[in-house]
Design a protein around this ligand. Structure first.
Ligand code: ADP
Ligand code: MG
Length: 694
C-alpha cells in the first residue's frame, strides 16, 4: 500500500510536469536543452515501465499468495470437519462409557464392598475422561477461532487484490499517456537534431574556407623561406671553411702553449734566482746592520758606563707626618738633571750622579732610563738593577710598584715579551723567572714548595766557572698573566712565612732573576742573558742602643752584604784583580751578572723629608762612591777621595761585623787603611766583550 501511495504521488508529480511541458512554447532551436529534457523523459518512461513490470510481478505474487491462502483455508476447513466428526465420535464414545460406567456403578453398588473399590476407580477414571473432553472442547474452540481469523484474512486479501487490479489499470493508462508524450518529445528532438546538423555543416564549411586562405599564406611564406635558404647556403659554406681553419689552429695550440710555458718558466726561474740573490744580499746587510746596532748599543752603554747610579726622590707622603721634621730638604738643579742638593743640618750638600729623578718622575720615566739595559739582556748580556736606600724611601715602589702602576719588574718582563715577539721570525726565545730572598745571609727560594729550605750556591760541574743554585725553582713565563701569577705565588710564600712581612722585607734582599735564552733559527747560535732585579734591604744604620739580639744580627747581616756590594762594585769599576764576590751571599750569587761585560744600575732611593736627611746623606754618599770609582772607560777617572774619608761610612761599633779578608780592599767600614786618601785613577777601556749573537 505504501508503494502504491508513492507511485500515486509520483504520477501526480509527472502529471504536473507534463502540464508544465505542455504550457511551455516549444522553442524551435533551443539547442541541447530539449534533447536533455527528452532524454530525461525517456529515462523516466523506462523507469515507469520498469515500475509497471515490478507492479505486475507484485500482483502475480499477491495472486499466488491469495491462492495459497485459499488452499490452506480449504485444508483447515477440512481438518475442522474431521475434528468435528472426531469430536462427535469421542463424545458419543465418552457418553457411552459414562453410561456404561453409571450402570456398572449401580450394579456394583448393589454388590458387596470389594466392588466399592472398583466403583471408586471408575469414578477416578470418569474425571480423567471429563478432563479430556474439556480439553477437546477447548481445542475445538481454538480451531474455530483460527478458521474465523483465516476467513477474515482471506477477505482482506481479496480486497487488496481488487485495489491492486484497479491501480494496475490506472498505471497502464498513465503509461500509455507517457508513451504518447515520449513520442511527441522524440519528434521534437529529431527536429532539433536536424537543425543542429545543419548548423554543424555550415560551421565546417566556414572553417574549411578559412583554412584554405591560411594555407595559401603559408605556401607563400614557404616560398620566401626557400629563396632565403638558397642565399644562405654560400654563407654556410664560408662559415664551414672558417671553422675548419680554426680547428687546425686549435690542433696546433698545445704545441704553442708548451713553448710559451717553457719560456715563461725560464723567466720565472731567472726572476726567482734574482730574488734569491737579492734576499741573500739583504740578509747579509741585515746581519751587518744588526751587528752594527749591537756595536752602537754596546758603545752607548760603554759610554754611559757599565755601572750607572741614579737617584730617585720619592714625594712627601702622609706617613711623613707634619711639622718641621716633615719639611722638604731636597732640591734639584733646573739645568742639570744629574745634580741633587740636600740641606743637612742647615748645610747644603750637592751630589752628582748619572741621573736624578725628582718626585714628579713617573714609573714610566724611570723605566725609560733602564730600558736599554733590559733589551741588552736579549742580546746575551747579564744585567743587575738594584734599589738601594733606607726603609720607606721607595725601593719596593720602584721595583714592584702597585697593581695600577707597576714598577721596573713587570715593565721589564713586558718589554722582554714584546722584544722577543718582534724577533720571533729569526730567534726562538724562552724566558724564565726565579724569585729568591736573602735574609741573614741565608738564600731561600720564594717560588719553591719549601720556602724554608736553605739554598746553596755552587760552581757548575761543567767547568765553565759559572755558578748555579741547585733546587732554585724556575718558571717559564709567556705573558703578563704568567708574571702576575708568579709574583703572587712568591708574595704568598713570603706572607705565610713571616707574620710581619713589611718589617721582614725591609731586612731582606728580594731578587727576581729573569733568564732569557735564545737560539738563532738560521745559525743555531745560542745566547743566555740574565736580568737580576734586586730590592735591597733597608740601608738605615741601626744605633747602638736600639739594637739587640735578632735585630742586631739582622743589622749586621744587612750591613755586611750592602758593604760587600759596594766593595764589589768598587773593585769592578776600578778593575782590580781581585773582586770580593764571596764576601756576601748577594754578591756571590750575582757574581756572573756583575763581572765581565755585565751591566749594573743602582737606583738610590731618597726620602725628601727633613727627619731623614741623615740617612739620605748616607745613601747619596754611598751612591756617589759607587759611581765615582770609575767615571768612564778610557777618559773617565776614578775619584776615590771621598771614598774612605767619609765618617758616615764608618759603622757604629755595635753594628760592626767581623771583616773578611777580602773586605780590606774596599769596604767602607774597613776605614782608610786599604785606600789612598785621594786617588785619581785612569781606568782601562772595557775588556774583551762577550760574543755578540748575530
Ligand atoms: P721601601 O721599599 O724603600 O721601604 P716603599 O716602596 O715601601 O719603600 O715606599 C714607602 C711608601 O712611599 C709607600 O707607601 C709607597 O707607596 C710610597 N712611595 C714611594 N715612592 C713613591 C713615588 N715615587 N710616588 C709615590 N709614592 C711613593
Ligand atoms: Mg720595601
Amino acid at each position: 500500500m505504501v508503494e502504491n501511495e508513492r507511485l500515486r504521488q509520483e504520477m501526480r508529480r509527472f502529471e504536473a510536469e507534463l502540464q508544465e511541458l505542455r504550457a511551455k512554447p516549444v522553442a524551435p532551436c533551443a539547442g541541447c536543452e530539449h534533447s536533455q529534457e527528452s532524454a530525461q523523459l525517456r529515462d523516466k518512461l523506462s523507469q515507469l515501465q520498469l515500475e509497471v513490470v515490478e507492479n505486475k510481478g507484485m500482483l502475480s505474487e499477491l495472486n499466488l499468495e491469495v491462492q495459497q491462502k485459499t488452499d490452506r483455508l480449504a485444508e483447515v476447513e477440512l481438518r475442522l470437519k474431521d475434528c468435528l466428526a472426531e469430536k462427535a465420535q469421542e463424545e458419543e464414545r465418552l457418553s457411552r462409557r459414562l453410561r456404561d460406567s453409571h450402570e456398572t456403578i449401580a450394579s456394583l453398588r448393589a454388590q458387596s464392598p470389594p466392588i466399592k473399590y472398583v466403583i471408586k476407580t471408575v469414578e477416578v477414571e470418569s474425571s480423567k475422561t471429563k478432563q479430556a473432553l474439556s480439553e477437546s472442547q477447548a481445542r475445538n474452540q481454538h480451531l474455530q477461532e483460527q478458521v474465523a481469523m483465516q476467513r477474515q484474512v482471506l477477505k482482506e486479501m481479496e480486497q487488496q487484490l481488487q485495489s491492486s487490479h484497479q491501480l494496475t489499470a490506472q498505471l497502464r493508462a498513465q503509461i500509455a499517456m507517457y508513451e504518447s508524450e515520449l513520442e511527441r518529445a522524440h519528434g521534437q528532438m529529431l527536429e532539433e537534431m536536424q537543425s543542429l546538423e545543419e548548423d554543424k555543416n555550415r560551421a565546417i564549411e566556414e572553417a574549411f574556407a578559412r583554412a584554405q586562405v591560411e594555407m595559401k599564406a603559408v605556401h607563400e611564406n614557404l616560398a620566401g623561406v626557400r629563396t632565403n635558404l638558397l642565399t644562405l647556403q654560400p654563407a654556410l659554406r664560408t662559415l664551414t671553411n672558417d671553422y675548419n681553419g680554426l680547428k687546425r689552429q686549435v690542433r696546433g695550440f698545445p704545441l704553442l702553449l708548451q713553448e710559451a710555458l717553457k719560456s715563461v718558466k725560464a723567466e720565472i726561474g731567472q726572476a726567482i734566482e734574482e730574488v734569491n740573490s737579492n734576499n741573500q744580499e739583504l740578509l747579509r746587510k741585515y746581519r751587518r746592520e744588526l751587528q752594527l746596532r749591537k756595536k752602537c748599543h754596546n758603545e752607548l752603554v760603554r759610554l754611559k758606563g757599565n755601572i750607572r747610579v741614579i737617584a730617585r726622590v720619592r714625594p712627601v707622603t702622609k706617613e711623613d707626618g707634619e711639622g718641621p721634621e716633615a719639611t722638604n730638604a731636597v732640591t734639584f738643579d733646573a739645568d742639570d738633571d744629574s745634580i741633587i742638593h740636600l740641606l743637612h743640618k742647615g748645610k747644603p750638600v750637592s751630589f752628582e750622579l748619572d741621573k736624578v729623578f725628582s718626585p714628579r718622575a713617573s714609573q714610566q720615566d724611570v723605566f725609560q732610563e733602564v730600558q736599554a739595559l733590559i733589551t741588552s739582556c736579549i742580546d746575551g748580556f747579564n744585567v743587575c738593577i738594584f734599589a738601594y736606600g733606607q726603609t720607606g724611601a721607595g725601593k719596593t715602589y720602584t721595583m714592584e710598584g702597585t697593581p695600577e702602576n707597576p714598577g721596573i719588574n713587570q715593565r721589564a718582563l713586558q718589554l722582554l715579551f714584546s722584544e722577543v715577539q718582534e724577533k720571533a721570525s729569526d730567534w726562538d726565545y724562552t724566558i724564565t723567572v726565579s724569585a729568591a730572598e736573602i735574609y741573614n745571609e741565608v738564600l731561600r727560594d720564594l717560588l719553591g714548595q719549601e720556602p724554608q729550605e736553605k739554598l746553596e750556591i755552587r760552581l757548575c760541574p761543567d767547568g765553565s766557572g759559572q755558578l748555579y743554585v741547585p733546587g732554585l725553582t724556575e718558571f717559564r713565563v709567556q705573558s703578563v698573566e704568567d708574571i702576575n701569577k708568579v709574583f703572587e705565588f712568591g708574595h704568598t710564600n713570603r706572607t705565610t712565612e713571616f707574620t710581619n712581612l713589611n718589617e721582614h722585607s725591609s731586612r731582606s734582599h728580594a731578587l727576581l732573576i729573569v733568564t732569557v735564552r735564545g737560539v738563532d733559527c738560521s745559525t743555531g747560535l745560542r745566547t743566555t742573558g740574565k736580568l737580576n732585579l734586586v730590592d735591597l734591604a733597608g740601608s738605615e744604620r741601626v744605633g747602638k742602643s736600639g739594637a739587640e739580639g735578632s735585630r742586631l744580627r739582622e743589622a749586621q747581616h744587612i750591613n755586611k752584604s750592602l758593604s760587600a756590594l759596594g766593595d764589589v762594585i768598587a773593585a769592578l769599576r776600578s778593575r782590580q784583580g781581585h773582586v770580593p764576590f764571596r764576601n756576601s751571599k748577594l754578591t756571590y750569587l750575582l757574581q756572573d751578572s756583575l763581572s765581565g761585560d755585565s751591566k749594573t744600575l743602582m737606583v738610590v732611593q731618597v726620602s725628601p723629608v727633613e727627619k731623614n736627611t741623615s740617612e739620605t746623606l748616607y745613601s747619596l754618599k754611598f751612591a756617589e762612591r759607587v759611581r765615582s770609582v770609575e767615571l768612564g772607560p778610557g777618559s773617565r777617572r776614578a775619584e776615590l777621595g771621598s771614598w774612605s774619608s767619609q765618617e758616615h761610612l764608618e759603622w757604629e761599633p755595635a753594628c760592626q761585623t767581623p771583616q773578611p779578608s777580602a773586605r780590606a780592599h774596599s769596604a767602607p767600614s774597613s776605614g782608610t787603611t786599604s785606600r789612598p786618601g785621594s786617588i785619581r785613577r785612569k781606568l782601562q777601556p772595557l775588556g774583551k766583550s762577550r760574543p755578540v749573537p748575530v
